[in-house]
Write a protein that binds this ligand. Structure first.
Ligand code: WQD
Length: 345
């Protein structure tokens, strides 16, 4: 019987959000998955974890999207790809401030090469991993997809602003492809099995892994960056959203592209709840019984004061909404950290 499954390329599939999305795709009978990663900030061990959870082996390749000829060869060897979910990018706000050219080269060149190949091979569906950091510092919250961007506060954020524009212009230039940019707010937590979660190679700079690594004793403490913001407790506000909710949105976005009349669209992925850094720490303490050692320090360059989402558009059009609450996010992150700690002993 003809294989009616669609083959979806997941770039950055060994990464945090990519791996959780592969799990959702493999558990959907409509999709085969092939993944591509250069393991610059992840390891092939992630694919073994995916197999342990789904019982399905992931076909993957160690390919750098910045290597245009290697990428073309990959597509020539995989002619069945009908959709791409593009996660592969560097994602640390502070690291991008420290090394902007690394971020601009990696995040932009990889996208241009990927779209070049997508055009050559007539890939009809593209989902782009974008970010709430594209909005910059917004006074009137929550943000909707129509909220005009303010200044991108970090090179990372700007790579997503430019990435969305490149994708939009590419889609306008071709008549056989459709695309969606998904603006993630702050993805946190881990798969409910506790067998996969955030496990980057480079030292994490984002809050929740630092909380859990401190709580388990992998690091002595962490710094709360700023207590003098104009927020209810002086620390920054973010919209934390469970990584499995984010992953689920990618399947809904792919399905939507099958029937959408719009060739390009953008959706916020958040909970709509603004949570401060100190409140996030309290939520962790509530579920773990542990207050991770932390010191209150100065502001971190590149941070926005507060941002959280209006998610009415994605609810209306993709029928997606976040299912997990903050305590479930923290509980899943803690369960994963404890499992990882045992596995690494
Ligand atoms: C969150 C808050 C920090 C570390 C992230 C991702 C980015 C994008 C948007 C998806 C800030 C504070 C952090 C620490 C702290 N996501 N913090 N001490 O910068 O909002 O960006 O979400 O695409 O990829 O990086 O996330 O977790 O770094 O910071 O006080 O040691 O936690 O100042 O207010 P950020 P983050």
């Amino acid at each position: 019987m003809k294989n009616t499954k669609q083959t979806i390329l997941v770039t950055g599939g060994a990464g945090y959000i990519g791996s959780h999305t592969i799990i959702e795709l493999l558990q959907n009978p409509s999709y085969n998955v092939i993944s591509l990663d250069n393991f610059s900030n992840s390891s092939a061990q992630t694919y073994e974890r995916i197999e342990r959870i789904t019982g399905q082996k992931v076909t993957y390749t160690n390919t750098d999207l910045c290597d245009a000829s290697a990428l073309q060869q990959f597509f020539e060897s995989n002619p069945d790809i009908s959709g791409i979910i593009h996660f592969a990018a560097f994602k640390s706000v502070p690291d991008s401030v420290a090394d902007p050219l690394l971020y601009y080269r990696n995040n932009i060149v990889s996208l241009i090469n990927l779209l070049d190949s997508a055009g050559t091979h007539h890939i009809s569906k593209i989902i782009f991993s974008s970010s709430c950091s594209t909005y910059g510092n917004i006074k009137k919250l929550p943000v909707t997809e129509e909220t005009p961007f303010q200044k991108a506060e970090s090179p990372y954020a700007y790579t997503k602003v430019v990435g969305e524009r490149i994708l939009g212009d590419y889609i306008s230039s071709c008549n056989d492809a459709k695309a969606i940019s998904l603006r993630y707010f702050n993805p946190v937590g881990a798969h409910k099995s506790g067998l996969i979660g955030e496990d980057q190679i480079n030292p994490p700079t984002n809050l929740v892994p630092l909380i859990t690594q401190t709580a388990i004793g992998k690091r002595k403490s962490f710094t709360v960056f700023g207590s003098d913001y104009n927020t209810r407790d002086g620390s920054c506000i973010r919209d934390y959203v469970h990584v499995s909710d984010i992953a689920n949105a990618h399947v809904l976005a792919l399905q939507h592209l099958e029937k959408s009349q719009k060739s390009y669209d953008v959706f916020n992925l958040g909970t709509g709840n603004g949570v401060s850094v100190l409140e996030a720490i309290d939520a962790f303490k509530k579920v773990s019984g542990i207050t991770p050692n932390h010191v209150i320090g100065g502001r971190r360059e590149g941070d926005v004061e507060a941002i959280y989402s209006d998610c009415s558009k994605v609810k209306k059009i993709l029928n997606w909404e976040a299912r997990y609450n903050l305590e479930e996010m923290m509980g899943s992150a803690w369960k994963w950290q404890q499992w990882l700690d045992k596995e690494q002993k």
